[in-house]
Design a protein around this ligand. Structure first.
Ligand SMILES: NC(=O)c1ccc[n+]([C@@H]2O[C@H](COP(=O)([O-])OP(=O)(O)OC[C@H]3O[C@@H](n4cnc5c(N)ncnc54)[C@H](O)[C@@H]3O)[C@@H](O)[C@H]2O)c1
Length: 248
């Protein structure tokens, strides 16, 4: 499905990003993995690509414009091409009502979860507008509906869907497709933020009519489809993958 395509995955060292890197490699793609933690990048690449031939990792902070610009040059050099990108790097936020949230917390969440996606899209599109390409952004059910106690996260994820739709319209004529996935609760380290706030797994599972938490691989498979030519008429979409959470 993605044989020999070169795909960038941000936040690829953990959770949904890591599962997507693994799935893309199994689908025949070559993968460039960006993450903020150098040690984690090295370990992840070693784990998922024993040959060291099909996956390259770079330490990148997606909130840093200079690092993103430099990493894009290194990414294009790694395999000599780039065909798709999954903008997935993100952080959770502390759970508290809007009036009790600090400015520092708000800025930190928006920096990674919204500006980081915009910065990566900017540098991907500078290449894709000349050569073609496909982008998938990782939003969330929080991009579609409210989550009480998560105002900054919800604002950033609604913003990601706004960026997705706007860029999809801007670049459709040059053959670049841009979509978002909107996962419900998925079993990754980010759920620890919610656990610390006293929201346990049973409560999260209960948000979805299917009555369970998702697995990272269930997001990875949808991302691979959106990155592939199998979804050739899909652009500007925000696809829930949430066990029915937002259908209610
Ligand atoms: N797990 C869920 O329930 C869930 C649900 C909906 C959406 N999401 C979204 O999925 C994405 C991945 O989250 P996850 O659940 O796999 O969590 P995770 O913590 O396992 O993975 C996030 C990755 O992003 C990286 N990262 C964080 N800040 C970064 C930065 N500044 N620069 C580069 N990399 C950075 C982390 O190091 C980590 O490897 C996030 O955007 C998150 O908002 C998660």
């Amino acid at each position: 499905m993605l044989s020999n395509k070169v795909i960038l995955v941000t936040g690829g060292a953990s959770g949904i990003g890591l599962a997507t890197c693994e799935h893309l490699l199994l689908s025949g793609a070559r993968v460039v993995l960006w993450d903020i933690d150098g040690g984690e990048v090295g370990a992840a690449v070693k784990n998922i690509d024993a040959s060291g031939q099909r996956c390259h990792g770079f330490m990148v902070d997606v909130t840093n414009a200079k690092q993103v610009e430099t990493a894009m040059v290194d990414t294009l050099a790694a395999f000599g091409a780039l065909h798709g990108a999954f903008n997935n790097a993100g952080i959770g936020s502390a759970t508290r009502p809007l009036a009790d949230m600090s400015e520092a917390d708000f800025d930190a969440v928006l920096a990674v979860d919204l500006k980081g996606v915009w910065l990566c899209m900017k540098h991907e599109l500078l290449h894709f507008r000349e050569h073609g390409g496909v982008i998938v952004n990782n939003a969330s059910v929080a991009g579609l509906v409210a989550l009480a106690g998560q105002s900054a996260y919800v604002a950033s994820k609604h913003g990601v869907i706004g960026l997705t739709k706007t860029a999809a319209v801007e670049y459709a004529a040059v053959g670049v497709r841009i979509n978002a996935v909107c996962p419900g609760a998925v079993r990754t380290p980010i759920l620890e933020h919610l656990a610390q706030a006293g929201i346990d797994e049973t409560a999260l599972a209960g948000m979805a009519p299917m009555g369970r938490i998702g697995n990272p691989d269930e997001i990875a498979k949808a991302v691979a489809w959106l990155l592939s030519a199998e979804s050739s008429f899909v652009t500007g979409a925000a696809m829930p993958i949430d066990g029915g959470w937002t259908a209610q």
